[in-house]
Design a protein around this ligand. Structure first.
Ligand code: AMP
Ligand code: TRP
Length: 333
């Protein structure tokens, strides 16, 4: 059987270049190699305060962005998490075998909890739902950015723990899923201060108009030691240089480094060349998004088909799981 890949993204804002370079680029690259399942995880997004109308719009917009970025619904399954109720059902089951201490130790939980006035149990259990997402499809490979590595470690522990408790010792039921990282696994925001993140407002959206992209790029933080135009720079410490590596060919990147070290270019010259490189990637994505928007009912059709395909797999897994756990006396659902 072709090994399965699963990944998810929250519809909590626009798809940004950090998501693209850290994860979605890999989804597109490997979608034909694996049996691919990609999910817009709205149940994860509601673990922090949100507006229902925004969530609905953002979920749709995320679907448009993912298709525009190159997800092909002819080969990959794309769906919205809340359309497949087995996700939450398996999450409940996994909650019962997950030690509280492990959840409290998760870095993302600690960071997000700090930013909330009141912390919900859902925020704590977020990684358990994530384990359910992945294991429901018995996926082996999970293309994500670096910030998800700890969550995947927890998913592997959930798989191990469930197998040890409920599966025969010689026939583990769940595989232990492995992260698949890109060379650009952690993209910093244009402020150069923190990871590019929907919740920090330091992003460049994949579908933002070129003028807006340039307006963000122009004042973006560079090498902090390069104060005057004539100061030589250190490319390795500059966030803009790292973006060059993501968007421009090797030769251009080398040229950029030479110009920076020799103070041949000012930071603005360097940003112009980056902008050109970004546009080469972004123009076709924007064009595809416009095409998708122009075809009414397209998104609904893709998501409906995706949910049906996902659900067929999910139901089968859950049936086996419930059976092995003695949860079949009510004769299953
Ligand atoms: P999220 O937007 O948190 O749902 O993340 C969706 C995917 O993008 C996950 O695989 C993340 O690891 C990845 N990701 C998010 N932000 C970044 C970033 N700044 N750099 C690299 N990958 C990221
Ligand atoms: N927690 C992930 C993020 O914020 C999103 C996610 C939910 C996910 N379920 C998943 C990623 C399953 C990979 C696999 O990026």
């Amino acid at each position: 059987m072709t090994p399965r890949v699963f990944s998810g993204i929250q519809p909590s804002g626009d798809l940004h270049i950090g998501n693209y370079l850290g994860a979605v680029q890999n989804w597109v690259a490997i979608q034909r190699q694996y049996a691919s399942v990609f999910c817009i995880v709205d149940y994860h997004a509601i673990t922090v305060p949100y507006e229902p109308a925004d969530l609905r719009t953002r979920t749709r917009e995320m679907a448009i962005s993912l298709l525009a970025a190159g997800i092909d619904p002819e080969v990959a399954t794309l769906f919205v998490q809340s359309a497949v109720p087995e996700h939450t059902e398996l999450a409940w089951i996994f909650n019962t075998i997950t030690p509280l201490g492990e959840l409290e130790r998760q870095t993302q939980f600690k960071e997000k909890a700090q930013r909330q006035e009141s912390v919900s149990a859902g925020l704590l259990n977020y990684p358990v739902l994530q384990a359910a997402d992945i294991l429901l499809y018995r996926a082996e490979v999970v293309p994500v950015g670096e910030d998800q590595v700890q969550h995947l470690e927890l998913s592997r522990e959930v798989a191990r723990r469930w197998n040890a408790r409920f599966a025969p010792p010689d026939a583990p039921f769940f595989q232990e899923p492995q992260p698949l990282l890109t060379p650009t696994r952690r993209i910093m925001g244009l402020d150069g201060q923190a990871k590019m993140s929907k919740s920090l407002g330091n992003t460049v959206g994949l579908l933002e108009p070129p003028d807006d992209v340039w307006a963000k790029l122009r004042p973006a933080v560079t090498d902090p030691k390069r104060i005057r135009r004539t100061d030589p720079g250190t490319p390795e410490v500059c966030n803009i240089y790292h973006l060059h590596r993501a968007f421009n060919p090797e030769q251009t990147v080398e040229h950029v480094a030479v110009q920076c070290r020799a103070a041949g270019w000012g930071c603005l010259d360097c940003k112009r060349v980056l902008f050109e490189g970004m546009e080469r990637t972004l123009v076709p994505i924007r064009e595809r998004a416009a095409e998708i928007r122009a075809s009414p009912g397209r998104i609904e059709e893709v998501l409906r088909g995706g949910a049906a395909a996902a659900r067929a797999i999910a139901r089968e897994t859950l049936r086996s799981v419930k059976h092995m756990m003695g949860l079949d006396a009510g004769l299953l659902s």
